[in-house]
Each structure stands twice: as C-alpha cells, then as structure tokens.
Design a protein around this ligand. Sequence first.
Ligand code: FE2
Length: 388
Amino acid sequence: MTNRADMTLTSSGYYVSQEAPIETANPIATPKATPPDILRCAYMELVVTDLAASRQFYVDILGLYVTEEDDQAIYLRSTEEFIHHNLVLRKGPVAAVRAFSYRVRDAEDLDRAVEFYTELGCDVRREANGFVKGIGDSVRVVDPLGFPYEFFHQVDHVERMSWRYDLHIPGELVRLDHFNQVTPDVPRAVKFMQDLGFRVTEDIQDESGTVYAAWMRRKPTVHDTAMTGGDGPRMHHVCFATHEKHNILAICDKLGALRISDAIERGPGRHGVSNAFYLYLRDPDGHRVEVYTQDYYTGDPDNPVVTWDVHDNQRRDWWGNPVVPSWYTEASLVLDLDGNPQPVTARTDDSEMAVTIGADGFSYTRKDEGEESMPEWKQGEYKLGNQL
Ligand SMILES: [Fe+2]
C-alpha cells in the first residue's frame, strides 16, 4: 500500500520517491543463488505465421537490416547494433514469443542463471552452441511468471551500420529499446524482477495502492522491460528506438503513402510515463511494435522513482489523447520451451481500462477541477470513454 504522504508531488503532476513504492502480499521466494548480471534486453525471438509478409513489414517498410536468413527464420538488427541480431522472425503455426533474450556480462553469468532458476524449480535448458544462429552458449528458462527468457554472453559481431548514411531511411530504427510484458499481478512480478536485479523507474498506481503497470531497467534508460497489468503471461510489445521525433513521423507518412495506415494502432504522441515520443504498430500477425525516442538517463543509484496517478489523463499520453481499447486488451501469446502456448491467467486486480474509460471511469487533466466546472461543450469529452 502506498502512502502518498511519503512521496513528493512534482510541478509536472507526478510523484517521486526514492524507493520503488510497490509491495506484494504474494511474493515469489527470493532465491539464495546470485542472479545473473544482466546487461540489457538484446533481442526477441518471435514466431510469425507468414515469413514473407513479416519480412515485408520489418525489412521493406521499417528498414531493419538482415544479418542472415533462410526459409525458416530471418535475423534482423537495428542500425547501431553490433551483435548478430535484435529480432528473430521464425516461421511457425501460432504467432507468439519464443524468447525475451537478455545479454549477460560474462560467461559465468550463465552458470548463475542456471542456479537461480533451478532453485526456483523452473524449466531450465542450456545449449552450448546456442538456440539460434549467431549466439553461443545460452540458457533458456520459463520463469515463475510463465515467461520464456534467454540469457547469453557469446555472440557473433557484425558491422554497425551507423556510418552507412547511404542506406539510412527517414524512419531509421537505431536500437532495440525495451520489451513490455502483460502479467496479472504487477507487484508480484516487480518483486521477482527486483530479485533478478532490475530497478523500478516509473509506475502507475491509484490512491489505494493498486499497481497497474511498472517500468524496470538494467541499462541506464527508463526500461529494459515493463510489466503491464492484464491477462498473462503475454507479450505486450517490443520496442525499437529512433534518434529523433521526425523519424517517427516519417514512419507514419510512409505507412499512409503505402495505404497501410491500419498498421498504426496508437499515436504518434508523447508519453507521460518515460517522457518518450511514441508510436504503436501492429505487424501482420498482430504482434505489437513500438517506435520510441528520447526518454531519459536513469543510471545513478539514487535515480528518483516516478509514480503516476492512474486517473491522470496525461500519464499514458502527455497530450491527453485516449488510449484505444485494443492497446489495453490485446497482446501476443508466449511459448514454453517446447513451443507450446503458455496458459493465460486473468487479472483480478482492477483493470486500468475499466477505471479510466467509460461511465464508471474518470480521469483528470487538472487535478482540482471537476467536470461540473467546465463549459457544457467540454463535459463528456473530458472523459476518455466519450472519445472512443
Ligand atoms: Fe513501450
């Protein structure tokens, strides 16, 4: 339970505190084993049902670079990447995520990963030659929350394409920025990720302490992954960064010109959380891809934790634009280590959509100003639900 008296209200409307103000009544036991030293989110292995259609989306339209491909899989990377890939598209019968993959600091961290997850009773497998091309010794696990992870250190190096301006496009994707995962019990997930060495940077709560989402990092940005409250385990999105806002606008213009504006689900806009400029797309299988730029540095040990009120109309879009319902409800399945879809458990805590959209939900732009104080033409429009 969060006491807002323990947090500082900023002039921007969010709260800050020093420690992540999230507690769980239902924790996963903290392993005695030392967790692996995770460097960063490195790549996602995605199962797609039509490899040619996915290639057109990720290569021809979004401009990711092909490191290697065959008739079963395509290995893609972003402009600044020097490791073999940031995204693997693998042909398969059910669109889903096979692995959220993290790079660890050294080879011994793979031993640590094995010990850490074995102690938790998880399915743990190690492949000395890697589970995919370009990656060496690696460990795959299904974690206690039901998500499939990979940890690796050894990887083939490839050329950074940063200097190849002759190849760059207006919407150039320069880095893999983060994952976003859907899980029913956000505080339980946060505690487990903290045990794994992640630090919370931002979260969304209500006054009673219900946590709707939390952002966590290893690398010194707002996040390597976020836990979003909902039916899970599922994958909400994978996110690539551009250098500038105009790169994101160029992607929108290109999708319009190609008459595939329906690939745009939400945005472009400015997030409240993370302060980043954003755009959400859906790939041919419905996997959600975010394009994102200009969040902030979080690497100091006393980096303040930011808490947003779930009723703050600017938390998910700083300009107050509504979140579309599909963004709250739809997500990709995740697979176990044998390739079977993981069962999905329903969220029992309040849903962010339900408490903020429609007749039962409310939100504010100026905290102390109720709807009754507004002119008639604005009443109703002030609520997100009336804009849908
Ligand atoms: Fe995101």
